[in-house]
Design a protein around this ligand. Sequence first.
Ligand SMILES: [Zn+2]
Length: 176
Amino acid sequence: MRIHSILSPKCLVRASDIGGQGVFAAEPIKRREVVAVWGGKVRTTLEISELKRSVPHIESHAVAVCEDHFLTSENVSDFDDTELFNHSCDPNIGIQGQIVLIARRDIRVGEELTFDYGTTETTEQPWRCRCGTQLCRGVVDGRDWRDPVFIERNRDFLSWYILERLRRENGPIAAS
Ligand SMILES: [Zn+2]
């Protein structure tokens, strides 16, 4: 369902082996092609903490835009298609800025589109990853952005929010 975001017409939503529903390529997708543009309603940390009592998924589906501000679902009763990307520790799509997702490599028909939640979030509650890739970290917990190996692997696909955190804590990371 489209509520507030744009998903490439080359994608479709169906059941995923990773869990629940996922987004899949219905046509070949080229490296660096835009696959989704996230929209929604910007809410503060305080607003989310109040709303999550009645809408638990509002927090887990929120995307950090800058400190204390998150892009969240506008319609809290249904999921937008672009909220259904599953996490992978070796993903084939990645974030540019805070709202644009592009292909990290060429994607074949039938492949599930995944991104690494650690490239956009610092407040994930720890959960066990089932991505099944060689690079699986086992547990995803919102602290990946502090790991130099993680930063290097994902340096072109860290959200502006994560990059700002790194700049504040470590100074600028070298441009690639
Ligand atoms: Zn994993």
